[in-house]
Write a protein that binds this ligand. Structure first.
Ligand SMILES: C[S@@+](CC[C@H](N)C(=O)[O-])C[C@H]1O[C@@H](n2cnc3c(N)ncnc32)[C@H](O)[C@@H]1O
Length: 205
């Protein structure tokens, strides 16, 4: 990680991802989470206020120290115990079959090998565990996809490796998840190329 990724980008993400407009989406994706939860790409803990009371503990996986530091006030305000439990979603230092649920919000766009991260999530989820996801990715419309392909190199450079063009649903099914709930939509207030979201839950067999 360079100086920009370490010292600047986590602050930008904390503001850009922390807008009021996405709070209803965060609330929706966190609905139904319960028990022992692992969150990959925890960032600055913007999902914390939306964890239901049924969540007993959270293992936060996040490489950016500054993201974790910015999460401080939210961690203090949260009644759920959260432990930073790893730095890389592609290689989780967590036991097999040990989590009831997993959460990923706008993280599969950035984790370099999203397929590897999803394999790891499956490994640590108990059989029948669910991954709750809210991700932007490849748009349903070809006209928007063309813009996404054009802008992808710039996006990756500015936003720490973030891609517009990842096919979220295909990645989930290729990793062996069964999608049990899915809403695909363009996020209000965001340009379509950046806000082609998939929100849902996926079951680990
Ligand atoms: C767009 S931000 C989203 C943060 C948070 N999930 C949210 O909803 O606000 C992407 C996050 O993925 C993290 N990330 C990047 N590479 C990662 C990796 N290999 N494993 C886990 N997280 C990673 C970044 O540091 C960043 O916090």
């Amino acid at each position: 990680m360079g100086l920009y990724e370490k010292q600047v980008l986590p602050r930008i993400l904390n503001v850009a991802c922390g807008t009021k407009t996405v709070e209803p989406l965060r609330r929706r994706v966190c609905e139904g989470l319960a028990g022992n939860v692992v969150e990959i790409g925890f960032g600055s803990g913007l999902n914390l206020p939306f964890f239901p009371a049924a969540v007993t503990q959270v293992a936060a996986v996040e490489p950016a120290d500054l993201g974790w530091k910015l999460a401080g006030p939210r961690l203090k305000a949260s009644s759920v115990p959260v432990q930073r439990s790893g730095l890389d979603g592609q290689s989780l230092p967590l036991a097999d079959d040990s989590y009831d649920a997993a959460l990923s919000t706008w993280a599969l766009c950035t984790i370099p090998d999203a397929a590897a991260a999803l394999r790891e999530v499956r490994r640590v989820l108990k059989p029948g565990g669910t991954l709750h996801f809210l991700e932007h990715g490849l748009a349903p419309d070809e006209r928007v996809r063309r813009w996404q392909r054009r802008l992808d190199p710039l996006e990756q450079r500015i936003f720490g490796g973030c891609h517009f063009t990842r096919p979220i649903v295909d990645l989930l099914t290729a990793a062996g998840f069964t999608i049990t709930d899915l809403d695909v939509f363009y996020e209000k207030g965001a340009p379509k190329f950046a806000g082609a979201d998939s929100l849902g839950t996926a079951l680990s067999p």
